[in-house]
Design a protein around this ligand. Structure first.
Ligand code: GDP
Length: 615
């Protein structure tokens, strides 16, 4: 206390006579004068007085900014290095973790591992369709009726060779991984629709792959279309240094139709050839290391992470650290949902038993024992929290998407406060990462909050308090959130295509937000019972909660706030009668075109699109 008050009385500062410490002094960011002073042979009061002279009023127990600490160090002539809290401690721990991981040269003595393949390309060119075809074809061959699980990656066998596919198409996820130093991909499949040719995202994908020095195999897709022109597409690609082999270049290009399942075998064979040439090897012995591909919270099972093993073997019972989460592996599941005992290099596995939801792109490693695992994770968690305190958004003075441009024009530096919610960690990372890159001098983006899951009333409150816009990716607000948003005038924008999301924010920043098609929710119904009817499939016995449900309307199917399917109401019945519309408060039977995976408690939301004029 005395130390807090003293500088008020004697504000003059002259450095204490003690000599400055010799050599480099390590100081944690956000230290207080009480911590900084003694490290530099001064008292806390010295620090406070000095800063006061510089016009900064601080108390002895208040955290200092980097600038303040550096200024004071310069004043007393000390050489310092600022580190994130826990960084030194973490480095020590990391040494323990890394102890056995001497760089081994992967000579021919080590076994071949499957290539890890990422599919990239322009939106709508057929990435998803291609990934689905490859996955399904393989299941049909192997085990009749087998169902693959979407765990973020899967493996297929092609003539005795295994190929690993990352199941999140698009370069946003790829880039997010790379940004975190995780080079998980060995080969990129670039999908280009032959009727559309090379488009902006095709070029971006090429750039990303080339920057990462990853070989590209081109799939010229949609050759079944009348207006498909594979030659023109190849010509365009040649202008960007991808010259097809058939023209004397060195890029493999395969013509396919993902829709009609043509050429896919050929594509897989070519991928096997490229893998052969790349001679990919790994050491399957020892503690496993790799990267987190995806991670989410499962109501029944707790945090679930899909890990891609890159070295060593991951086994049940192993103590794993992934970013700030850790735990003993309770169960390992492959892409068929089978329990497995161990996962070798290039194998994607779902892991249960982690303490927390990890970040996509985080490295994971098996620790020598549980104690080290826990310690590393806790240290990281602590330092991440402290760091985010300093970094995170201003909670006032933000602007909405719509009026951000006015602020820029008025010559003010505008801050666009955002709350980002997404369905899984992987997409959240990708969205935030892509948005971050939009920031410019005159417009700053501040992430007030980001999280996995539907948009909730809490998010709205936070947005209202911090004047933020909410961005939802593959998630929707629940009814309470929607009502509160209207009341609080909070803007919620939801997207299902990352490219569209980025485009909107980008356009808002240059004042060109296009007329918006507002999706007006016309009704929602809760699934209460599921009927399986021969030859018809699953019909949802529902209770209409709000508005009305009409036959033919567009539908979003929500589970715990996340959009898991889109389509239309294909049949609507009251008792046995086909009806056109059912109002709220009534029960009805809803059939959804080709969607069968119904569960009790799911929400069927119908909507219309209306154009809204901008003000
Ligand atoms: P993505 O955005 O790249 O993942 O593209 P999608 O896989 O969602 O495909 C976009 C649209 O193109 C969908 O309607 C697909 O059914 C269609 N599509 C994909 N591949 C083919 C193809 O080989 N031929 C035709 N005619 N349509 C295709």
């Amino acid at each position: 206390m005395a130390e807090d008050l003293q500088p008020m009385i004697t504000p003059d500062y002259t450095p204490t006579d003690a000599a400055a410490p010799t050599g480099e002094v390590v100081i944690e960011r956000a230290s207080t004068p009480l911590e900084v002073g003694p490290k530099l042979n001064q008292t806390a009061a010295d620090v406070v007085r000095f800063l006061m002279q510089q016009g900064e009023m601080v108390t002895a127990t208040q955290s200092l900014t980097d600038d303040m600490i550096e200024l004071f160090a310069a004043e007393v002539g000390a050489e310092i290095r600022l580190v994130d809290p826990g960084e030194e401690q973490e480095n020590e721990l990391l040494k323990l973790l890394e102890a056995d991981f001497d760089q081994v040269e992967l000579t021919e003595d080590f076994p071949i591992r499957p290539p890890v393949i990422t599919v990239m390309g322009h939106v709508d060119h057929g990435k998803t369709k291609l990934l689905d075809q490859i996955r399904n074809a393989n299941v049909a061959e192997g085990e009749a009726g087998g169902i693959t699980q979407h765990i973020g990656a899967y493996q297929v066998d092609k003539e005795g060779r295994t190929l690993t596919f990352i199941d999140t198409p698009g370069h946003a996820a790829f880039t997010a991984m790379r940004a975190r130093g995780a080079d998980a991909t060995d080969i990129v499949v670039l999908v280009v629709a032959a009727d559309d040719g090379v488009m902006p995202q095709t070029l971006e994908a090429i750039n990303h792959a080339q920057a990462a020095d990853v070989p590209i195999v081109v799939a010229v897709n949609k050759i079944d279309r009348n207006n498909a022109d594979p030659n023109r597409t190849m010509q365009q690609l040649s202008e960007h240094e991808l010259v097809p082999e058939q023209w004397g270049g060195d890029t493999i290009m395969v013509e396919i139709s993902a829709l009609q399942n043509l050429g896919i075998d050929d594509l897989l064979e070519q991928l096997a050839v490229v893998a052969e040439v790349e001679d990919l090897r790994a050491d399957p012995e020892g503690r496993a290391r790799g990267v987190v591909l995806e991670s989410n919270l499962d109501i029944g099972r707790g945090p679930v992470a899909t890990l891609l093993v890159q070295h060593g073997s991951l086994r049940r019972g192993d103590p794993v650290v992934a970013g700030a989460s850790w735990g003993r592996v309770r169960a390992l599941l492959d892409d068929r949902g089978n329990q497995i005992k161990e996962a070798l290099p290039s194998k994607p596995v779902q892991v249960l038993g982690l303490s927390d939801v990890a970040n996509a792109g985080d490295a994971f490693v098996v620790a020598p024992n549980e104690k080290v695992a826990a310690k590393v994770a806790q240290t990281r968690e602590h330092s991440q929290r402290i760091a985010s305190l300093g970094r995170d958004a201003a909670t006032t003075g933000g602007a909405r998407l719509e009026d951000i441009f006015n602020q820029i024009q008025a010559g003010e530096t505008a801050t666009l406060n955002l709350i980002v919610k997404a369905d899984v960690n992987g997409s959240l990372e990708a969205v935030v990462d892509s948005l971050q890159r939009l920031g410019r001098d005159e417009v700053k983006l501040a992430f007030v909050h980001r999280g996995v899951g539907g948009v909730t009333a809490n998010d709205i409150q936070l947005a209202a308090a911090s004047n933020a816009t909410i961005i939802g990716f593959n998630v929707r607000p629940d009814r309470k959130a929607r009502e509160l948003a209207e009341l609080e005038k909070v803007e919620i924008r939801t997207y299902e295509i990352i490219y569209k999301l980025i485009e909107d924010v980008e356009n808002a920043m240059v004042g060109m937000l296009a007329p918006e098609f507002e999706e007006v929710v016309t009704g929602d119904a809760e699934v209460r019972e599921i009927f399986r009817i021969p030859r018809v499939g699953a019909v949802a016995g529902c209770y209409v909660l709000n508005g009305a449900i009409s036959r033919g309307s567009k539908v979003r199917f929500l589970r715990e706030g996340a959009v898991i399917w889109r389509g239309t109401v294909s049949s609507l019945k009251r008792f046995k009668e086909d009806v056109r519309e059912v109002q709220s408060g009534f029960e009805c039977g809803i059939g959804l075109s080709d969607f069968q995976d119904l569960k009790q408690g799911d929400i069927i939301e119908t909507f219309e699109e209306r154009e809204v004029a901008r003000v």
